[in-house]
Design a protein around this ligand. Structure first.
Ligand code: SAH
Length: 397
């Protein structure tokens, strides 16, 4: 907690920001702050008052981010104390109760703003917990939060991951990949997802070490794989590939630009020795590879690129890139085959992504039937616009 004799931090915001916060949006941008009784420090509690001087919301203040306040609570005034934090943790755990059985030990426990923990993610990989923070607001209360999590979720160790933008601010206090509790892992940690074993590089891997958000799509891919030749483009550690193999694929190819990712895919197959499916590794830039002369066709292609629009100004370009990728993948898709195209760009809406996918399918001149559209997994709730990033469309040709 930030202890100080200073008066509490009080803010007034624009009328538009008031409305937006009242509707439940979790951010107040710097440009929306009209009045501030004094300068605030990172992680201080900031109370927002409305035009009639009534309590509107309370959040965590960040002087160094364009998102000046991340809202914790809006509505009736409430003290943000130890009991409040405890209840907030209970709420997220309750939400996930009964979703997973003991065959799935890797899942998200806290999904940032969407779970009322702005800028904080908590993932479980079996007995290893990973806290990833995206804002310096958490540094002053990290010890308190850590204790709370440790009391409530049994674990062997807790790892801290920091997004790049806050690593400098953490210097001397915390570091990316730091083991906050228990002994540091000696290598990747192993967990279960629907009975399949996977490794997660919790110390250095992307996100917190694995793309837990694609679990449900991986399960769908498993059910579509029987007898098919499967190509997993942007495979990372081969999540979709391993599921396809269990689903009875005739063969699977994992394509990624990163050798590191492909090595991990190979290890993930080795972790599941009952899988008898041939697995090919293709190290290539997907954009270039898809432009090349078609040598071989596949019956099921998964396209799951990294975010192609990091900011709003890149939206149009990202949509074109999706079109190009989908068009290229269709060149390699056997007649009767299925394309699974996913997007994790928050700046590209689900509707415009699906529209682009369908338009590209039409341009190919091939007959196409939509099988389904999917969104967020239950352990990755999305409760505000910017939190909705993941969407996928399944098309049969
Ligand atoms: N489908 C994966 C997650 C994909 S993450 C899963 O379910 O786990 C995106 C992956 O794309 C990363 O592994 C990254 O190395 C890879 N990548 C990024 N740019 C690429 C490119 N131009 N060509 C091929 N792979 C690329």
């Amino acid at each position: 907690m930030v202890q100080s004799a200073k008066p509490g931090l009080r803010l007034r915001v624009t009328a538009l920001a008031e409305t937006v916060v009242r509707k439940g949006h979790p951010w107040i941008f710097a440009g929306s702050v009209r009045e501030e009784n004094r300068p605030g420090g990172a992680g201080e509690l900031a109370v927002i008052y409305d035009r009639n001087d009534k309590f509107l919301a309370v959040g965590l203040y960040d002087p160094d981010s364009p998102i000046r306040v991340r809202i914790l609570h809006a509505g009736k005034p409430t003290p943000i104390n130890a009991a409040w934090w405890k209840t907030r943790l209970e709420q997220v755990l309750e939400l996930r109760e009964g979703i997973f059985d003991n065959q799935t030990t890797g899942y998200r426990c806290i999904n940032g703003e969407n779970d009322g923990w702005p800028g904080l993610v908590l993932d479980r990989y079996d007995t290893t917990l990973v806290i990833k923070i995206y804002s310096a607001i958490w540094f002053p209360r990290l010890t308190e939060i850590l204790e709370l999590i440790n009391e409530r979720i049994p674990n062997e160790r807790i790892i801290l991951r920091l997004s790049r933008n806050i690593q400098e601010a953490a210097a001397g206090k915390f570091s990316d990949g730091q083991t906050l509790r228990g002994t540091p892992p000696t290598g990747p940690v192993i967990f279960l997802e629907n009975g399949l074993k996977f490794e997660a590089d919790v110390l250095q891997g992307q996100k917190t070490g694995f793309f837990l958000d694609q679990r449900e799509n991986r399960k769908q891919v498993e059910s579509l794989s029987s007898g098919r030749k499967v190509l997993n483009i942007f495979s990372f550690s081969g999540g979709f590939s391993v599921y396809a193999a269990r689903g009875g694929a005739a063969e699977v190819a994992s394509l990624d630009i990163s050798e590191h990712a492909l090595e991990s895919a190979k290890r993930n197959f080795a972790l599941n020795p009952k899988l008898r499916c041939p697995h090919e590794l293709i190290q290539a830039n997907a954009f270039d590879w898809l432009q090349k002369k078609v040598e071989k066709k596949y019956d099921l292609i998964i396209l799951d690129p990294p975010s192609l629009a990091k900011r709003e100004s890149e939206r149009e370009e990202a949509l074109r890139a999706y079109g190009k990728l989908i068009g290229g993948a269709l060149e390699r898709l056997q007649s009767g085959g299925v394309l699974v195209a996913a997007s994790c760009s928050a700046h590209v809406s689900a509707d415009e992504f699906f529209e682009m996918a369908l338009a590209t399918a039409k341009q190919s001149g091939r007959k196409c039937e939509e099988i389904m559209r999917t969104g967020h997994a239950p352990d990755h709730p999305a409760t505000y616009k910017e939190g909705q990033y993941l969407k996928a469309i399944y098309l049969q040709f």
